[in-house]
Design a protein around this ligand. Structure first.
Ligand SMILES: *[C@@H]1O[C@H](CO)[C@@H](O)[C@H](O)[C@H]1NC(C)=O
Ligand SMILES: *[C@@H]1O[C@H](CO)[C@@H](O)[C@H](O)[C@H]1NC(C)=O
Length: 496
């Protein structure tokens, strides 16, 4: 076989295993030690047989993890950081809360949630739309509510709330600015896997008065019997309302006192069994914002969801979590949307080709439109239509030897039937960042299985606006670090 559809060939196999991720740091932007720039390979291999097998993994039974295998915070190797295990929803014990369909159904449900999330983000980040700021529950259409039934949240951590600490699963979200848990007494609580937190049984719980400075920092504040109220609504129709409190949180063996958390007495949605949400956004009320002084606004995470390795991802806080040797890209702030982490993207590459896309396709304008957001809650990377079309066409033209389906699947328009193949050779896909860093994605981050029978799709989609979003499928397996104090986002150097 001499065509690009290579079957088992040793040299390619070695490339596949040795270089799952390649990063070129920009000479100018790198602040720490750097890795030597590497030549980028123009092709990678996907083990089709193995990838298809991984879609058929038996879901963990309810009994496996409940007692023994629930990963809590991992050991902390240094005092300047907190390290937690990060679980994808499909690897959590919450499966009992989800319909246990096959891979294709779960994948299609994930894409449905994704469309809902992106529609909401697009609207929220459309600053010419004044109504977007006033997002009311009544505004949500049927589509949005059906998204809610799927449950919010893609990635979870387990932390202790109160004193003595009660362990709770929390959704993490890079675009949210509040930490909250469902609280007793519940006026309305959705089903969660741990007992609902009861402030009466926590010695460290303290309410916040309406006149306190921390109450001032909240949007949507009001007073209820002298207590500071909070209210948050999410794109899928989920919401939480209650009172603000000061509480102690425990991350493994690290205790953090005086964290402002929402104590939610009225909560609607289905956070896949989690007790609440740990907001990691760039605003002052997120966990990152509140820890500002202690952690320097620094955190690092690694998302893992697929495969049968049994490995978990990780989430670390503190300057000690910032890796040496990452490729650092300037972090951009949008004053209209301080929660979000934007980065500068200048172009895209496929194989040896830099796709001809005008650089301003990815520009964040003065008025806060467009730009490129890093989001843990979005699965598939969205690109402005013209950029997407050029990018996809470049990929299609370099995969002429693969059998392409005549129609799309779900949100994807470029899919292939690979069931006859053991491995396939595909062109690499790269992000060219402002400042010169280049991130070449592992093949599993851009050609993904959409069913259990060998259909794979090019995992990008067009945006309905000028907004680009880098989604979690593209972020998977790459260590991503945010150095908020110095204004950089780091990629690599570790694969995970
Ligand atoms: C693909 O993965 C399977 C299962 O792990 C393995 O047995 C096989 O050797 C791999 N094939 C190639 C060509 O890498
Ligand atoms: C942004 O908001 C404006 C004003 O409401 C609207 O005309 C436009 O269609 C919106 N754009 C998108 C992409 O939703």
């Amino acid at each position: 076989m001499t065509s690009p559809l290579t079957f088992f060939q040793l040299p390619f196999l070695m490339v596949f295993f040795l270089f799952p991720l390649l990063i070129s740091p920009a000479a100018a932007a790198a602040t720490a030690a750097t890795v030597a720039p590497k030549r980028h390979p123009h092709f990678q291999h996907i083990n089709v047989t193995e990838t298809i097998a991984s879609t058929r993994i038996q879901q963990p039974s309810q009994t496996t993890s409940q007692e023994t295998k629930i990963p809590t915070a991992a050991a902390n190797s240094g005092q300047d950081k907190i390290k937690l295990n990060l679980l994808h929803r499909e690897t959590t014990p919450f499966l009992q809360f989800q319909p246990s369909h096959d891979y294709r159904h779960r994948f299609s449900a994930r894409m449905h949630r994704d469309a809902t999330t992106v529609a909401y983000l697009t609207r929220r980040l459309n600053h010419s739309d004044r109504m977007a700021a006033k997002y009311e529950v009544e505004d949500l259409g049927a589509d949005v509510v059906s998204g809610m039934e799927q449950g919010s949240g893609e990635y979870f951590v387990r932390i202790g709330v109160g004193s003595p600490p009660k362990d709770q699963y929390m959704v993490i979200d890079s675009g949210s600015d509040i930490v909250w848990v469902q609280c007793q007494p519940c006026r309305l609580c959705y089903r969660q896997s741990d007992p609902v937190f009861d402030p009466a049984s926590s010695a460290s719980f303290a309410g916040v008065s309406c006149s306190s400075t921390v109450c001032d920092r909240l949007q949507n504040t009001g007073c209820h019997s002298g207590r500071c109220r909070y209210e948050v609504q999410y794109g899928d129709g989920s919401y939480t309302k209650g009172t603000l409190a000061i509480e102690t949180l425990t991350f493994g063996d690290v205790t953090v006192q005086n964290v402002a958390i929402g104590c939610g007495h009225t909560n609607r949605g289905l956070f896949v069994g989690a007790s609440g949400l740990l907001g990691l956004g760039g605003g002052s009320m997120s966990f990152i914002g509140q820890m500002g002084g202690q952690t320097g606004g620094a955190f690092s995470y690694c998302l893992v969801s697929r495969g049968n390795t049994g490995s978990t991802g990780s989430l670390e806080f503190g300057r000690g979590s910032l890796p040496v040797g990452a490729a650092w890209v300037p972090l951009l702030r949008n004053s209209h949307a301080p929660s979000f982490y934007y980065i500068g993207l200048s172009g895209l590459g496929v194989g040896s080709v830099r796709v001809p896309i005008p650089e301003d396709s990815f520009k964040l304008t003065e008025s806060g439109l467009g730009g490129v957001v890093m989001d843990t809650g979005t699965a598939v990377t969205r690109l402005p239509l013209r950029a997407y079309v050029a990018f996809r066409d470049a990929f299609v033209s370099q995969t002429q030897n693969l059998p392409r389906l005549s129609s799309g699947v779900s949100i994807f328009d470029t899919c292939y039937d690979l069931k006859e193949f053991v491995t396939v050779r595909v062109p690499t896909v790269s992000f060219y960042f402002t400042g010169g860093a280049i991130l070449t994605l592992p093949a599993r981050n851009f050609l993904i299985p959409v069913d259990g029978w060998g259909t794979f799709c090019f995992a990008f989609a067009p945006s309905s606006s000028e907004l680009s979003i880098i989604g979690n499928i593209q972020q998977e397996g790459i260590q991503i670090s945010v150095d908020g104090a110095n204004g950089f986002v780091g990629f690599g150097p570790n694969v995970c």
